[in-house]
Design a protein around this ligand. Structure first.
Ligand SMILES: [Ca+2]
Length: 168
């Protein structure tokens, strides 16, 4: 019985050591002492992760929250540019696809807010003619490399890739 316990303990130690060494090699933690979560990529004061799963907007929101993150928020032209470059380099094969971001006007039509904070969307990068509330069903913000990463409103029930973000 005692030997079994020791064996289980050794096995547990081995598995935690392995997990730790994988985290240490995470490219999202290059320098500075402050680390991004596993699989996240370091921005200036933030960490991003392109999630290669197609999900509805509510699913994407919940997925990010499960990682203590949120659907990506863009508050400046610099942040927009950084995110574009990140998607183009980190997810080059997907970059022409569509990605959900964290804003919606699901509560009040035309009143765009960031989902987690409920802050009003101030910086904007809408495509010409957007948002157009297509078919009275477009209430969630997305971007796509195929449209120059300009913002468009889409049906929240459609499935797209998405970007999670967490502040450092
Ligand atoms: Ca709308």
């Amino acid at each position: 019985m005692k030997h079994t316990n020791i064996f289980v303990f050794l096995l547990f130690s081995l598995s935690t050591t392995k997990a730790y060494s994988v985290r240490r090699q995470d490219p999202g933690t290059p320098h500075g002492g402050v680390q991004c979560p596993h699989l996240f990529y370091r921005g200036q004061n933030t960490c991003y992760r392109v999630v290669r799963i197609q999900a509805t907007w509510p699913e994407a929101l919940a997925y990010c929250e499960a990682y203590r993150a949120e659907l990506a928020i863009i508050q400046s032209a610099e942040e927009q540019k950084f995110l574009e470059n990140y998607i183009k380099t980190e997810a080059a094969s997907l970059s022409s696809h569509t990605f959900w971001l964290g804003a919606s006007d699901v509560m009040t039509e035309g009143d765009w807010r960031w989902a987690v904070t409920l802050d009003q969307v101030t910086y904007q990068n809408w495509a010409q003619g957007a948002p157009n509330n297509g078919h009275n069903l477009a209430h969630c913000l997305h971007i796509s490399g195929g449209s120059g990463f300009l913002w468009k409103d889409g049906n929240c029930e459609n499935k797209h890739y998405f970007v999670c973000e967490t502040l450092l």
